[in-house]
Design a binder for this molecule. Sequence first.
Ligand code: HEM
Ligand SMILES: *[C@@H]1O[C@H](CO)[C@@H](O)[C@H](O)[C@H]1NC(C)=O
Ligand SMILES: *[C@@H]1O[C@H](CO)[C@@H](O)[C@H](O)[C@H]1NC(C)=O
Ligand SMILES: *[C@@H]1O[C@H](CO)[C@@H](O)[C@H](O)[C@H]1NC(C)=O
Length: 327
Amino acid sequence: MRSCFVIIALVWCVLFLGCNVEAQLKVGFYKKSCPQVEQIVAKVIAQKMPSNPELAARLIRLFFHDCFVRGCDASLLIDSTASNTAEKDSPPNLTVAGYEVIDEIKAAVEAACPGIVSCADIVALAARDSVSFPFNKPLWEVPTGRRDGTISLASEARTNIPAPSFTYSRLVSSFASKSLSVQDLVVLSGAHTIGIAHCNSFSTRLFNFTGQNNVNDFDPSLDLTYLRSLQQICQNLANNVTSVPMDPTTSTTFDSHYYSNLKLHKGLFTSDAALLTDSRASNLVDKLVDEGNFLDAFKNSIKRMGAIEVLMGTDGEIRKNCRVINS
Ligand code: HEM
Ligand SMILES: *[C@@H]1O[C@H](CO)[C@@H](O)[C@H](O)[C@H]1NC(C)=O
Ligand SMILES: *[C@@H]1O[C@H](CO)[C@@H](O)[C@H](O)[C@H]1NC(C)=O
Ligand SMILES: *[C@@H]1O[C@H](CO)[C@@H](O)[C@H](O)[C@H]1NC(C)=O
């Protein structure tokens, strides 16, 4: 009976093209409506990158946080109002630089094609272009066609963004809840090859691993030399001001050092070190130490991340200002 229905539906589709094929993101979605959009985004990023090499880390993390809360719908960009505390004002929040550059890109895009390009697509393109900038070529393709959401709640950021204290099983379930696999988890964590982290994101591992709050109460899985240097830099458990590069050697280079560091027990967060606690994940880590493997795998996983719960077609809106819902 069921297969009969499927066949009838298929025949109907073929004959009348009336089937509601699930809308899909596609590369070049704006080819007719705003052909210059990708150039505009790349141009603003190219202007900013030389004096802000940290921008790539800001923007790829912004993309991740956007996608993990209500899908990639630019809800993270919405400012809080008198009656609503938005995602960006919840504790796992981000440095400001990224938001300002998105505003600048949006203004340039609106000047060329008003009301056409979503903020969510701009975030996806800006993340790709900033990470790719040092390579002089795009590292991955960005399917577009996302639309912007109209809801942004701080409470949802807290519950959807994985914490640096997460164990392997909590990471796997966090990613699975976004339809991402163990492979995606291990590959996307490789983004921690760029950028910085504040001491309080990992200081429990340095000073209070079992609740003793002293310099000898550290996570024994950390490389001892690395641990001592982190303790030196962070000084105490409460320090929320000092930051350290997550890849101690090349923190602005998008390379595979995240994985070689991990294997040397120099992963910064519990959530990084956790990838060595499962045999499947640690086998992937071994493969991703190879730069070519990492960049190839990243192309696929970032595409999957960029498709999380996207709004398409007539859902959502094309926000005029990325910080405010259209009225
Ligand atoms: C697997 C779960 C993840 C956890 C628990 C996690 C956690 C964190 C934390 C706590 C920070 C430091 C924040 C601070 O102290 O200032 C951070 C930074 C960062 N994360 Fe993740 N993250 C995860 C996955 C990802 C993914 C999937 C991406 C991107 C694809 C990403 C990209 C980044 C980048 C680039 C930074 C540095 C930001 C900067 O320098 O401004 N992370 N992450
Ligand atoms: C981060 O969140 C805090 C409140 O938790 C807020 O005071 C601060 O302005 C936010 N920072 C950014 C960059 O949005
Ligand atoms: C240290 O860890 C213990 C046990 O997890 C916790 O109860 C305590 O609040 C922590 N100390 C500080 C200063 O955060
Ligand atoms: C850092 O900690 C101090 C003291 O506990 C607190 O007043 C301040 O708001 C914190 N700053 C951030 C950025 O979390």
